[in-house]
Design a protein around this ligand. Structure first.
Ligand SMILES: [Zn+2]
Ligand SMILES: [Zn+2]
Ligand SMILES: [Zn+2]
Length: 135
């Protein structure tokens, strides 16, 4: 993936990217930092910026305004991919990916070029609802 995007696959870059690839939800900088203890936060951040610029990953803002990262499946830009809906649990702060639910198509007035779409639904996840006895 890195070579395809014209990026030299250094060990740090491979570590960060495979962490994001293997996750089923978007990861925040601190999520990645905790998992990759051997890497400094600043190195993780540098790799993330590089991957973002290359269009390999994209950023999703969660319900607290924290940026999370996930693999970009668009060709060259997020606007060309089928973006999916995310759910933010206000109780456990976890973000779920609904890969099978696409974001609704919005017809913007002429002249606007879309680069990314952030579709985040907020609420309580089933695990937290179960814990509180709601279901
Ligand atoms: Zn994308
Ligand atoms: Zn929850
Ligand atoms: Zn997602």
């Amino acid at each position: 993936m890195l070579e395809q995007a014209g990026i030299k696959p250094t060990p740090n870059r491979i570590l960060v990217l495979s962490d994001i690839v293997s996750s089923d939800r978007p990861l925040s900088l601190s999520d990645i930092e905790v998992k990759l203890e051997s890497l400094e936060k600043s190195s993780v951040f540098r790799v993330l910026t590089l991957l973002l610029d290359a269009g390999i990953i994209h950023a999703v803002e969660d319900g607290r305004g924290i940026v999370r990262y996930e693999i970009c499946r668009g060709e060259g830009s997020c606007a060309s991919e089928n973006l999916h809906v995310h759910f933010y649990c206000e109780s456990c702060n976890e973000v779920s990916c609904f890969e099978s639910i696409q974001t609704p198509v919005v017809n913007l007035p002429e002249g606007y070029a879309v680069h990314s779409i952030n579709y985040m639904i907020k609420g309580i996840c089933p695990a937290c609802r179960r814990k509180s006895g709601a279901i």
